[in-house]
Structures are given as C-alpha cells and as structure tokens.
Design a binder for this molecule. Structure first.
Ligand code: MF3
Ligand code: CO
Ligand code: CO
Length: 277
C-alpha cells in the first residue's frame, strides 16, 4: 500500500485514456493476461511461505525463502530497493508486519515468531515487467480470540470491498463497504495508507481508500487494475512511523491485520488477479 497523497509516478508505456481532468490507465486484454500471470505467481508465493509460518521462524528466514523462490521462478522482488522518496530504499524482498505493525514491516534475523502472533506477509513479484501484489495475515500457533476475530473480519472486509466493484460504480463504493463492516464489528480502518493502481508500475493511480462514501470518487471502468488492501485495527485507526522510515505501527500498540488482492474491473464486474490458479 502507499501513503496517501504522495505524488505517484505515471505509467508511460500503457494505453492512457483521459476523462475530463482525470487521467487513468486502462489495461488491454493482453496486459491483463500479463497481470494474471504475475498475480498467480504472487499468490503461489504466499502458498509456498504459509507452512513456514510457525513459532520459532524468523521473519528474515521468510524473506530469504521468498527471494530464493521468486528468482527460481524468473521473477524479481519489487520491494527490494524500492525507493519512492529517493533517500530510503526498502532493504528487503517482502514486508512482514507482526501484531501492532500495520504495514511495511522489515524482515529481521532478530524477529522470532511465537505462538499467538499474527503476521501479514506482503509480496510483489515482478514477472515479465508486471507486478502481482498480494498479502495475507497468518495466525501463528494458537491465537487469542480477539486476534482470530480481527483477522477474519479483515478478510471479510477485503472480499466485501471486491464485491463492491462493478463497471460504472465509483471508487468510494469500495471503502464504504469495507468501513461499514469493520466498524460494525467494533474495529477501525487505517486512513494513512490506501490501495493503488498497479501494472508495469508498482504504485500508480487511482488511490483506493478503505473508508469513504458510496457514489463518491472516480468512476470504475473496464480495464482498470488496482489493489484493495484494507488495514483494520483492533483499537484506534491512527498510525505512527518508526525511525526506520518504513514500519507503520498502531498509535495505541493494539493489533492490526491486512489482506490484499490485485483486481481488474471487467465489462461485467470484477476479476481477482492474485489467486493461486
Ligand atoms: N506491497 C506493498 C503494497 O501493497 C508495498 C510495499 S513497498 C515496500 O503496496 F517497499 F515497503 F516494500
Ligand atoms: Co499494494
Ligand atoms: Co502489497
């Protein structure tokens, strides 16, 4: 996910359609097929890592296996050296966000998973130039009831957001569906990070907030490809940034969970591009 309101690099080598003042990338069928292949690889990478998520594993071990597997599949890891600010490259190949970490956690040899933890693993392999961006939150060992409920509700939020996508609808329909479900369960929606357009560029238009109002925002059109990646908190939605310039944590130290899919708007509805097969 990306921090909201920062300047996003524009796609240059894709078909671009201008609608009034809005400029939006629409992918051709051939390009959506490339995204399907990258997305499938990303989902298969999470499937590959899942059995490693056990008490005693370090987040660096997860990172190193992800990097090895990605290279073995003729892809590369988009997060490695990703540097939107131009002065603080991301140092690892995946993001590992444990417990109160909202997103962009950095894998470390000093971070050993223990029973009761929750961990989001966010992967983005680039295959033949196209990015497949997906994440899931896993339960380590035996979770607390609240951790289990938060993770379940967060997955439901993602799927409700996806169900809200249809051609002719609006970006705001997505956040509205997510926010309604999260808050009805007593949880909160992170505001500072949003879903994003994705293709040959990692982060592009549109921004996709996970809160908002139905009927507001840009119109959804067939060929638009973007992520939906709600971060849902047990307590306050407010976030803080750690000294490393990447790790975002909850302001109150309570739990945060996230799931992410890359999707395409189709002529009839929506297609999830980050499914294993
Ligand atoms: N994969 C994240 C997303 O969903 C972005 C990670 S950027 C990194 O958008 F540099 F932190 F890896
Ligand atoms: Co993303
Ligand atoms: Co991601």
């Amino acid at each position: 996910m990306i921090k909201t309101n920062h300047d996003m690099k524009e796609e240059t080598n894709l078909k671009r359609e201008t609608m009034g003042s809005e400029s939006m990338v629409l992918l051709s069928r051939r390009e959506v097929e490339k995204m399907r292949q990258a997305g499938r690889l990303a989902a298969q990478l999470l499937d590959h890592l899942e059995p490693m998520v056990q008490p005693g594993v370090t987040t660096l071990e997860l990172n190193d296996e992800a990097e090895r597997w990605t290279q073995a599949h003729q892809a590369r890891s988009a997060p490695l050296a990703y540097d939107p600010s131009g002065k603080n490259p991301f140092p690892k190949s995946i993001c590992t966000s444990v417990n109160h970490v909202i997103c962009h956690g950095i894998p470390s040899a000093r971070q050993v998973l223990k029973s009761g933890d929750i961990i989001n693993i966010d992967v983005t392999p680039i295959l033949d130039g196209y990015h497949g961006d997906t994440s899931r939150t896993f339960l380590v060992g035996t979770p607390s009831p609240i951790a289990k409920q938060l993770v379940e509700v967060t997955y439901e939020c993602l799927m409700r957001g996806i169900d809200a996508v249809k051609p002719g609808g609006k970006i705001g329909d997505i956040g509205s569906a997510i926010q309604a479900h999260a808050e009805a369960q007593g949880f909160s929606v992170v505001r500072d990070f949003v879903g994003h357009g994705v293709g040959t560029t990692f982060h592009t238009e549109p921004q996709v907030p996970h809160y908002g109002q139905q009927g507001k925002g840009k119109k959804l059109r067939p060929g638009m490809v973007f992520t939906i990646e709600p971060m849902i908190n047990e307590g306050t939605w407010e976030a803080r940034m750690l000294e490393d310039g990447w790790t975002a944590v909850t302001a109150d130290g309570k739990l945060s969970a996230q799931f992410e899919h890359t999707i395409a708007v189709t002529t009839t509805g929506v297609e999830i591009l980050t499914l294993p097969d």
